[in-house]
Ligand binder design. Structure first.
Ligand SMILES: Nc1ncnc2c1ncn2[C@@H]1O[C@H](COP(=O)(O)OP(=O)(O)OP(=O)(O)O)[C@@H](O)[C@H]1O
Ligand SMILES: [Mg+2]
Length: 368
């Protein structure tokens, strides 16, 4: 096991800067997730750590060793690729055993390790098959198993569960968490799936355009996003972002006005007349069928879509007179809403976030 440290890492492909001066350190034994939109540089970072991509600038350490020029095979990292590359001519058993044989482990160790890993990933019945005889999800589990069987210093996992169905994905995620708890190998995990990032990771790194937007524990990233990009990226459905202008302690959204919570007033001393973006998560709206019932402050909205999720429904509505302002929120089974209905949305202002409309940065009290 080893820590992994990136110091001002940049990776260019011709004119494209895929990774732009990135620095972070994953302590020995921790599980970190890299998240961000497609093309933000996640795979490039993993490939650079694995030694499959040269870094253009910066220093990369595994343990205390500077590995910029160390060949991939000498880095003792195992990577599961986004498009899991299995050896097509080898059986599943041989694929799983490959890394161990390369390290000249003895026969008994190899058999034991392969059987344990195959059992934990539920692929024991596939050990005699070739990759071409497996489904996409089965191949993905073999690729994961091959990395696990080797027990390297560092795991680099690039969307390792993306081809699994929901049930298998949940099961494998639990397996991964238990496995990490048991063997504690330093792991860097790339995913599009927020649930995976939120449930598995000690720390999440949010990337956009090759740059780090925020690093932090999942709950902090969710509750205290550094900017609008991070706020809108994590959460399903994402945080609602409303355009408003600020004047004398009030946020104006067309005809509607919301009072600024006292705690946020100091942030807005020089913001009079300024355009701002207000962020509020779907779970912080409470819907009422009449304006008399709805506590202040509330916003009137017209229902555009209702999706039943079983225990609750997800409603998409637009502010009255401002059809470009879309709000997603949940309603319980006690309230029925149909397309065209008007609802009155009470906001919990304690959870309101304010973003600079230009830069996207969150205006946050100093205690954050
Ligand atoms: N070999 C390459 N040559 C040129 N450009 C590349 C190469 N590999 C990646 N890129 C570019 O670098 C950027 C980052 O790519 P990368 O594969 O790291 O993104 P990603 O975050 O893994 O995306 P995804 O979520 O779609 O897998 C993209 O703009 C991509 O087009
Ligand atoms: Mg990728």
């Amino acid at each position: 096991m080893a820590k992994v440290r990136l110091e001002n890492i940049t990776c260019n492909f011709d004119t494209v800067t895929a990774v732009d001066e990135i620095s972070f350190e994953v302590p020995d034994g921790e599980f970190w997730a890299l998240v961000g939109p497609s093309g933000c540089g996640k795979s490039t970072i993993l490939r650079a750590i694995a030694g499959l991509e040269a870094v253009t600038a910066g220093n990369l350490y595994i343990g205390n060793t500077l590995v910029n020029t160390v060949p991939a095979r000498e880095r003792d990292v195992a990577m599961v690729f986004q498009n899991y590359a299995l050896y097509p001519h080898m059986s599943v058993f041989d694929n799983l055993a490959f890394g161990l044989r390369m390290r000249q482990s003895d026969r008994t160790t190899i058999h034991q390790r392969v059987e344990t890993v195959a059992k934990s990933l539920d692929i024991t019945h596939l050990l005699g098959r070739k990759p071409g005889q497996l489904s996409g999800g089965q191949q993905q589990r073999v690729a994961l198993g091959r990395a696990i069987a080797r027990q390297p210093q560092v795991f680099l996992l690039d969307e390792p569960l993306s081809n699994l169905d929901t049930q298998l994905r949940d099961d494998t995620r639990t397996e991964l968490k238990q496995l990490h708890a048991a063997i504690g190998i330093t792991t860097i995990y790339v995913t599009h799936d927020q649930t995976e990032a939120m449930t598995l990771a000690d720390q999440i790194v949010v990337l956009d355009g090759g740059r780090i937007q925020q690093i932090g524990p999942p709950q902090i990233i969710y509750a205290q996003p550094a900017n609008r990009m991070v706020a809108a990226f994590l959460g399903q459905p994402p945080m609602n972002i409303l355009q408003a202008s600020y004047d004398q302690g009030l946020f104006c959204l067309g005809e509607q006005a919301l009072p600024c919570p006292p705690a946020l007033l100091p942030l807005l001393q020089s913001a009079h007349g300024q355009n701002l973006h207000l962020g509020i998560r779907p779970e912080h709206f409470q819907a009422y069928t009449s304006s008399h019932l709805a506590p202040s402050p509330h916003l009137p909205a017209e229902v555009k879509l209702v999706e039943s999720l079983g225990r609750e429904s997800l409603v998409r509505a637009t502010l009255i007179d401002q059809p470009h302002q879309v709000i997603n929120f949940f309603i319980g089974t006690d309230l029925s809403a149909r397309v065209g209905d008007y609802l009155y949305l009470h906001l919990d202002l304690d959870h309101l976030m304010i973003f600079d409309a230009e830069t996207g940065d969150r205006l946050q009290p100093a205690r954050d």
